[in-house]
Design a protein around this ligand. Structure first.
Ligand SMILES: [Zn+2]
Length: 87
């Protein structure tokens, strides 16, 4: 009878250890997947540049270019073009 209780306690302890390890592994995987969602080096770098007209900072991919200058919108590009044309 005493031996049976000992076996049950050992099995319970083993089950606790397995549960603890599984939980630790799950947490470890979650941390790894969270950090790997932003891989360093492979993510495209979004360059922020100022508008030559108003100075508003915009992503380079959304900027409008004219005469090697970046603008935040079509209107600013047009105004700047007009101003530079009258000089
Ligand atoms: Zn602007």
């Amino acid at each position: 009878m005493g031996q049976l209780i000992r076996i049950v306690i050992i099995l319970f302890a083993v089950w606790l250890v397995i549960r603890f390890v599984q939980r630790a592994l799950k947490r470890f995987r979650k941390i790894r997947s969270a950090s790997s969602s932003q891989p360093a080096g492979t993510a495209p770098v979004m360059e922020i540049i100022p508008c030559a007209r108003c100075g508003v900072h915009i992503p380079k991919s959304r900027a409008l270019f004219s005469k090697d200058k970046a603008y935040c919108c079509e209107e600013h590009r047009r105004v700047a073009d007009k101003e530079s044309g009258t000089e």
